[in-house]
Design a protein around this ligand. Structure first.
Ligand code: SAH
Length: 352
């Protein structure tokens, strides 16, 4: 048993089974043993690798897309340049480097990072020293806000439910002979799932992310009132169906209950919930990551960088471009959406 498994088992023994969302929150952010709270899991040597860690091109084209959006909105003289869950800070560092050539952009930008993990905050401070850190998105200042979030929403805890003839049975984590085991609560109606009664059958699983409407609502409020835009990149679908909870340790899938605190836990993001929560801001079309990056000119950027490379470095660069954009790699499974003021045009690459 991992140290966190013992803590969770003791709590269940005291107060009863917990929801999958409570379990996931403990696994990821328990201050003493949580996966993100205690380590840097990213990169080739870590448990999983993300787009900004694959190639600098990802942050470069995203940075230029944000700068274009800033210009399209009249170059506001003071604005927030923000990121949710910045990991190692690589994406924001690449955005800042790529936008140094955009006149006025850097001077007007105040960098704000929303990060729960003290270990990752320390990493971010090394590459983005002039940032201000927050625990929560609601602390962002009231001004135009240009924001990115890559693989942040998939780390927010989800509740899971199985449809039953009489309502919904929640997936819970309990104890059997001292070991953590999955169970189901008694069936009950769940108001937040009424809209799923029409498109599900008994036996099917649906998920709810309780924190998502608050985070997206705060984003929609600041962007709707002051201008700006958010680019959200994540795994997901318009209306999620089925059990999408995934645990990864050392680049391999593992049982979500097997190694609490030592495996990453993620779930697919439900884009319909984002669309419903982002008012008064608007949500763009959903694009695949591959099409979005192509529209932003990643291939031209790749060709420019390739001119300076040869041998294994060139091979690695070509593989990175393919990995980010090809439908068989990250190109199709990752989706991108923009949130923007209804009076403005959508960010580049996300117009209808
Ligand atoms: N965006 C980075 C890292 C993705 S991993 C990249 O693409 O490489 C998820 C990130 O979100 C980590 O930095 C993690 O510590 C942070 N995180 C997870 N849950 C959070 C929460 N509830 N509040 C703030 N940050 C959170």
């Amino acid at each position: 048993m991992t140290p966190l498994a013992k803590v969770i088992a003791a709590r269940i023994a005291r107060t009863g089974p917990m929801s999958m969302a409570e379990y996931m929150a403990e696994c990821l952010l328990n201050p003493e043993h949580g996966y993100y709270a205690t380590r840097d899991p990213l990169g080739r040597a870590g448990d999983f690798i993300t787009a900004p860690e694959i190639s600098q091109m990802f942050g470069e084209v995203l940075g230029l897309a944000l700068a274009q959006t800033w210009m399209d909105q009249g170059c506001p003289a003071s604005f927030t340049l923000a990121e949710l869950g910045p990991g190692r800070g690589t994406l924001m560092a690449d955005i800042l480097r790529a936008t140094t050539s955009v006149p006025g952009f850097r001077a007007a930008a105040q960098v704000h990072l929303v990060e729960a993990s003290p270990v990752l905050r320390a990493k971010q401070a090394k590459v983005v020293p002039d940032a201000t850190w927050h625990d929560d998105i609601s602390a962002l200042p009231d001004q135009p806000t240009f924001l990115v979030a890559n693989e942040f929403f998939d780390a927010l805890p989800i509740r899971q439910f199985t449809r039953d003839a009489a309502g919904w049975r929640e997936h819970i984590v309990g104890l059997t002979d001292g070991a953590l085991t999955k169970g189901l609560s008694d069936a009950a109606p769940i108001a937040a799932l009424d809209h799923r009664l029409g498109d599900t059958q008994p036996g099917q699983v649906v998920e709810l992310c309780p924190a998502l409407p608050g985070v997206v609502g705060a984003l929609g409020a600041v962007i709707g009132a002051h201008g700006g835009a958010a680019l959200i990149i994540d795994y997901g679908d318009w209306r999620s169906l089925g059990d999408t909870l995934q645990a990864i340790a050392d680049h391999k899938p593992v049982d979500p209950l097997a190694q609490p605190g030592e495996a990453d836990l993620t779930a697919h993001v439900d884009f319909e919930t984002i669309a419903q929560a982002c008012h008064p801001a608007a949500m763009s079309r959903v694009s695949t990551q591959g099409v979005f990056l192509e529209r932003l000119g990643i291939t031209q950027r790749a060709q420019m960088l390739a001119q300076r490379l040869s041998g294994p470095a060139l091979d690695q660069h070509i593989a990175a471009h393919r990995r980010l954009t090809h439908p068989d790699e990250m190109g199709d499974i990752f989706k991108v959406i923009g949130i923007y003021p209804p009076t403005a045009t959508p960010p580049p690459g996300l117009a209808q």
